[in-house]
Design a protein around this ligand. Structure first.
Ligand SMILES: [Zn+2]
Length: 676
């Protein structure tokens, strides 16, 4: 065999091995056994495997995964190592941020073009804004009493990305993974880890990163803040959280446990205070003054430290992120944390609590859960949202009267249940005049808050004043009608607005939670060198996906080429390239499938029939074939369509939920309706 052929075959073997590692969730041993069986049965071409023995194939797979991490860039290798002072000390592999961005820009012309656009929109000397995310995910049995394989998953992104990318998997980059059990022996825990992580971004702000595009395009990026849930943010900053008197680092005067003691018009306010103007905003410098004071007291008067920590709501943790003086000006403890709206509203959050209270109120008035289930059963969801669950209004999901955890359901379920329940309250319950009108009004405001948050990271931030006014109005009413069940998230909902103003984006954790799957699947079969093996697997997965990922706001899933009349019709207008067709499209408003009802910008309602992609003026453009339903007044539309036509897919604003309503249908208004 000539050298050239041999070299080409070796590259092919490596590519196939890497693809197998990326595309399957099998262990290397399983892949090796499958390939060995295929080889023995004679279905593989000659030379497909360097050595067909299981042990050798497994070794080749390990080497091809490691080869990705060892690849060099002008910013060093893709995988770097630091030492964590755990007991015993641990060598921790992480994906170098600057090397990763450079490598991905080499791999994907789509990503490179996107980065050029993002960098080009910056003002002179303006850095890209980096958001870090850290959350624990639990592969395997979540009910295990010990931490088991519970793993901290660290991700990051540029907040400057277009909003469609911020809600997709490719928009978030892995930094590293580390077992919670390993961090348990680290002084300062996750706060200590995050301190080291932030330092890994120092060069991004100082000397800058680069992308590879006809040479190097240099840009700077700065750590802007941390996204997370209550527990994650508390651990990062080492704050007392719910166990302290002061639960919120952003407010100086909001206290917990003191509701009875606080006089009505005093400076201090309780957790239940529904008036934003009464919160005394704390600056970053003031939090650092408290940190300095804790350091002084720890040396001069250690006996007073415990009380001071309670008062400040901060733990004295010399190894924590706030006690690293070199990070002042980078880490902003009061303004640079972003409590995400999904966790605040929909994970044992404000919406869960309110939904449960409303269900109890309805039940007390004689409206049975079965009746509500029957009403919901008439509704049809967009195909990618699943189906109405008959369990939603059973005792599996609903606790007792004063249970503060709220209705039990996933965040995605909350986003489906709340809008339909709002219609039930408006259309069915209100005319009966059996419950307090304020309960219905309060729920309508909750529905509006969720709709505004669902507009997308960029659009929601554009309408932040309206979101603020709606949250404030809702808080007053909620405190009046459901005051007994207020939880800390009631207070944190106020700050969702502040986060969006600081960042210019309203981020949620839907996408980052989805990314946990990439950790959970491989970690089920990794036994040795957990962090090292898992990060190598993550990296080959990311690199493999970027090589084929589509960096377009709209694209078709599994398209096939069409010919015949449709293609001919499109060819009459100026277009080049093939005409592609699919029954599934990813649009600016999310995933839409054939058969879904959609609303377009002119607020008309249609059934999506199929999707076409053509290249128009050099740019791929997605069109959707729509069958229009006639408007019968209010939210009612006809069952039959009146005409069919092609519409540019960007004009579709949302897939719709709808319900059967006699001989017509009734739609649930989309998130954009919160602006009408
Ligand atoms: Zn606060």
């Amino acid at each position: 065999m000539s050298d050239a052929v041999s070299k080409r075959r070796k590259v092919q073997q490596t590519n196939v091995q890497q693809a197998l590692l990326v595309e399957t969730s099998c262990s290397k041993s399983s892949i090796a056994r499958i390939l060995n069986t295929l080889h023995d049965s004679g279905v593989l071409v000659e030379g497909a495997l360097r050595d067909p023995r299981i042990r050798s194939i497994r070794g080749d797979l390990t080497r091809s995964a490691a080869a990705v991490g060892q690849a060099m860039t002008p910013f060093g290798p893709l995988i770097n190592t630091m030492t964590l002072p755990t007991r015993p000390a641990m060598r921790w592999d992480y994906i170098s941020p600057m090397a990763l961005i450079y490598k991905l820009s080499q791999l994907s012309t789509g990503f490179c073009a996107l980065m050029l656009g993002v960098i080009g929109a910056l003002r002179p000397n303006e850095p890209l804004r980096i958001v870090l995310f850290c959350d624990e995910c639990r592969p395997g049995n979540v009910l295990r009493p010990d931490k088991g394989r519970a793993t901290q998953h660290l991700l990051w992104t540029f907040a400057n990305f277009p909003e469609w990318l911020l809600v997709r998997d490719q928009g978030w980059f892995t930094f590293g993974v580390v077992r919670s059990a390993a961090i348990a022996s680290l002084p300062g825990g996750i706060s200590n880890v995050m301190k080291r992580v932030v330092h890994c971004f120092d060069d991004f702000a100082a000397t800058g990163g680069a992308i590879s595009s006809n040479g190097h395009v240099i840009f700077k990026a700065k750590v802007w803040g941390f996204l997370g849930d209550t527990k994650g943010l508390k651990e990062i900053f080492g704050s007392k959280g719910h166990s302290g008197f002061r639960i919120c680092l952003r407010c100086k005067n909001v206290c917990r446990f003191l509701d009875e003691q606080i006089a009505e018009h005093s400076y201090l306010v309780g957790l239940r205070c529904p008036q934003r103007h009464r919160f005394d905003v704390c600056s970053d410098a003031e939090v650092y003054e408290m940190v300095d004071e804790l350091e002084r007291v720890a040396v001069a008067r250690p006996a007073g430290l415990k009380e001071m920590q309670q008062t400040f709501g901060l733990n004295y943790e010399p190894e924590g992120i706030l006690f690293d003086r070199t990070l002042r000006g980078v880490v902003r403890p009061a303004s640079g944390w972003y409590h995400d709206w999904m966790h605040v509203t929909s994970v044992s959050g404000c919406a869960n609590v309110e939904l449960e209270q409303v269900l109890h109120t309805l039940s007390r008035c004689g409206i049975r859960f079965e009746t509500i289930s029957m009403y919901f059963a008439e509704f049809v969801l967009p195909k990618s949202h699943g189906k109405v669950n008959p369990d939603w209004f059973t005792t599996k999901r609903i606790g007792r009267g004063q249970d503060k955890d709220g209705w039990k359901g996933f965040a995605a379920e909350i986003l489906t249940v709340v809008p339909i329940m709002n219609i039930f309250l408006q259309d069915v319950v209100r005319p009966l005049r059996v419950i307090d009108e304020r309960v219905i009004e309060c729920f309508a405001l909750l529905d509006r808050i969720l709709k505004l948050c669902m507009l997308g990271p960029g659009k929601a931030a554009q309408h932040i004043d309206l979101l603020e006014a709606t949250i404030d109005q809702h808080a007053e009413l909620f405190a009046a009608v459901h005051g007994a069940v207020i939880k800390p998230k009631f207070h944190f909902l106020f700050h969702v607005v502040d986060h969006a103003r600081d960042l210019g984006r309203l981020l949620s954790c839907f996408v980052t939670e989805r990314r946990h799957r990439m950790v959970k699947a491989p970690s089920a079969y990794i036994y040795n060198q957990f962090e090292r093996t898992l990060i190598a697997s993550q990296l080959s997965s990311i690199v493999g996906r970027f090589a084929t990922a589509i960096f377009e706001p709209t694209y078709l899933e599994n398209p096939s080429e069409v010919t015949g009349d449709i293609a001919a019709a499109f060819r009459t207008v100026a277009l080049t390239g093939p005409v592609l067709s699919s029954t599934v499209a990813h649009l600016l408003c999310g995933c839409v499938r054939a058969g879904d009802l959609v609303m377009t910008v002119d607020r008309s309602v249609h059934e999506a029939s199929h999707f076409i992609q053509v290249v128009l003026g050099g740019l791929p453009t997605v069109w959707v074939c729509l069958k229009t339903r006639s408007h019968l007044g209010g939210r009612r539309y006809s069952v039959e369509h009146v005409n069919a036509y092609f519409e540019e897919a960007d004009n579709v604003i949302a897939p719709l939920m709808w319900g059967r309503d006699g001989d017509s249908i009734s739609i649930v208004l989309p998130p954009a309706s919160a602006l009408w």
